[in-house]
Design a protein around this ligand. Sequence first.
Ligand code: FEO
Length: 396
Amino acid sequence: MPNIQNVNERIIAVGADDRRLELFENIYPLPNGVSYNSYLILEGKTALMDTADISVAEVFFENVAAALNGRPLDYVIVQHMEPDHSATLADLIRKYPNVTVVCNAKTESMIHQFFREDLVFSTQIVKEGDTLHLGNLSLQFIMAPMVHWPEVMMTYVPESKILFSADAFGSFGALDGALFADEVDFKENYLSEARRYYANIVGKYGAPVQAVLKKASALDIQMICPLHGLVWRKDLEFLLDKYQKWSTYQPEEKSVVVAYASMYGNTAHVADKLAEKLVDKGWPVCVYDLSKTGRDFVLGEVFRASHLILAATTHDGNLFEPMEYLLREMVAHGVQGRKVALVENGSWAPMAAKQMQTLLESMKDMVVVDPVITVKSTLAPAQENELDNLAEALVN
Ligand code: FEO
């Protein structure tokens, strides 16, 4: 049975959810699944906005056929060639051999990289500002290079004031029956996953996101249709504000994330004591064990919070790996402008703080506060004052 929903009277959502996949891009856990969105525009001409992942091919093609309801498919717009959206493109062309593939020149070469077989199809190459007329609706193409691949483009429908935004404004999380963000409790059920998606997938590309936000600010946008997650038709300012903050690496709120890498619980104990002291000072605090909570999730939290406490033990003379992995993710994704307190542990030769500092120095505008606390095996009773001083230094 097909599973399609109307975006409006002319546009039908024909994508599908995947709740079985464990790891998105074979690295990011999907506790709530993911949606692969695709939209069919029914006008004088028909146009499909992207295809879908191979894992949902059967329901996707069933949806497309049901939405077309016997009409031919005139165009498929390829906004992004990453396989979670384009793996079914070759099969789509085989099923609808008269379809014209609309894409930019970079995308065309990627189509041939991904599909090495002799695939015969007609192509219409577009560039920034080009318009494709479908009848009463038209598609204006906006190049969005490095958000988050070089060939990415977005598509604006001026008559409907809709932006098809490719991966931007997307989220992890299956749609659970809802199509629109205003049909769910987004802050409660999706915001954390939207942030984790942004930080890990797009986070490195703040400057390109800023460039496309600037282009978008010149458009009258009343609806955003991303390739993952919910469609936005209300309160777009909320989402745009998040993207403004995330893409400029500004924290969303004054709060503290405490992340620790602890082997026997003694470093964790110090992290917990610091968390208590910060809560006593009235600060919101979240504590994460990096051996348990994925670094992808904590990276999202780092994008959210203004202040960090990083506590790590020493392992074979090096920084204990769970903390090293987090810091390398922070470097790779361009994290900057956070105030950081450090705690290290080591029973005979503590080295963790030095190595954390080296990684933090490779990020922009990270402020490490004094004192750095060094614990030898367990917190000594005389060190209680050091914790008070560090908590005070971090938030004042
Ligand atoms: Fe959802 Fe970059 O693909």
